[in-house]
Design a binder for this molecule. Structure first.
Ligand SMILES: O=C(CO)COP(=O)(O)O
Length: 264
């Protein structure tokens, strides 16, 4: 299956529950200036930050006022459009804040909040209804890896999430092996490529070859400036979902400039 196409790489920073709205402003400013100083090629790589909900309005205002070439998204979204859902934030509200993306199904939400693939799928569908691109996270635990190998669980998760979605609409898939998150133990580029290839194959089966070829698949789990180039050399890895390292502007900017290391 020939599946290479021009997919704009996406480097996404998931801040998790860090940075209040004032710290968020400082971090975005520092990141934008660092990227500017580094003559970052904005056309070649898309960079997006995912602050907590409380930071989204400040980040939106800053990005639009300063014309920073950054995009922003939320770390979660409600499956509901509106109504009596205390504590939830709707996709319409995120769209109003110019959020380009919403992460859905991060393993921390699956583990800590009991989110199933069906819930994750409904959240992704809600995002799509309001023009927000869902970043659908899948990934196996260490036990899954031992029992079923690397691909089986993420592929099944993706299948079950896609079952809740309309056939069309832009999505991003993030492969995040749970054992690699925050552990300092990233997957090897080769391991990650194998799973991402299987995920693209799944996209092709469910949504068709064209959609599969156009969909960006990210790797996440202990990504740093020192290992990003290896992932980006792989044909089915189109970017990274970065946790800890995205809180350091210089390090995240260095990750975003991966093309400077890819040839080395
Ligand atoms: O969970 C992650 C991004 O969503 C990855 O986190 P780390 O980069 O800190 O391993």
């Amino acid at each position: 299956m020939a599946m290479t196409t021009s997919r704009t790489p996406l480097i996404a920073g998931n801040w998790k529950m860090h940075q209040d709205h004032l710290q968020a402003i400082a971090l975005v400013q520092k990141l934008a200036w660092t990227l500017q100083d580094a003559k970052h090629d904005h056309a070649a790589v898309e960079v997006a930050v995912f602050p907590p909900f409380t930071g989204l309005r400040s980040v939106q205002t800053l990005i639009s006022a300063e014309r920073f070439e950054l995009r922003h998204g939320a770390q979660d979204v409600s499956e509901h459009d509106a109504g009596a859902h205390t504590g939830e934030v709707s996709a319409a509200m995120l769209a109003k804040l110019d959020c380009a993306y919403a992460i859905v199904g991060h393993s921390e939400r699956r583990q800590d909040h009991g989110e199933t693939d069906a819930i994750v799928g409904r959240k992704a569908a809600a995002a799509l209804r309001h023009g927000v691109t869902p970043v659908i996270c899948v990934g196996e635990t260490a036990e899954d890896l031992e029992q079923h190998g690397a691909s089986a669980v993420p592929v099944q998760q993706l299948r079950d999430v896609l079952a809740e979605l309309p056939a069309a609409g832009e999505i991003v898939v993030a492969y995040e092996p749970v054992w690699a998150i925050g552990s300092g133990q990233a997957a090897t580029a080769d391991q990650a490529q194998q799973v991402c290839q299987a995920l693209r194959q799944t996209l092709a089966e469910v949504r068709g070859d064209e959609a599969a070829a156009a969909t960006r698949i990210l790797y996440g789990g202990s990504v740093k400036s020192g290992n990003i180039a290896g992932f980006m050399r792989e044909p089915d890895i189109d970017g990274a979902l970065v946790g800890g390292a995205s809180l350091d502007a210089a390090e995240f900017a260095a990750i975003s400039r991966f093309q400077h290391h890819v040839g080395t």
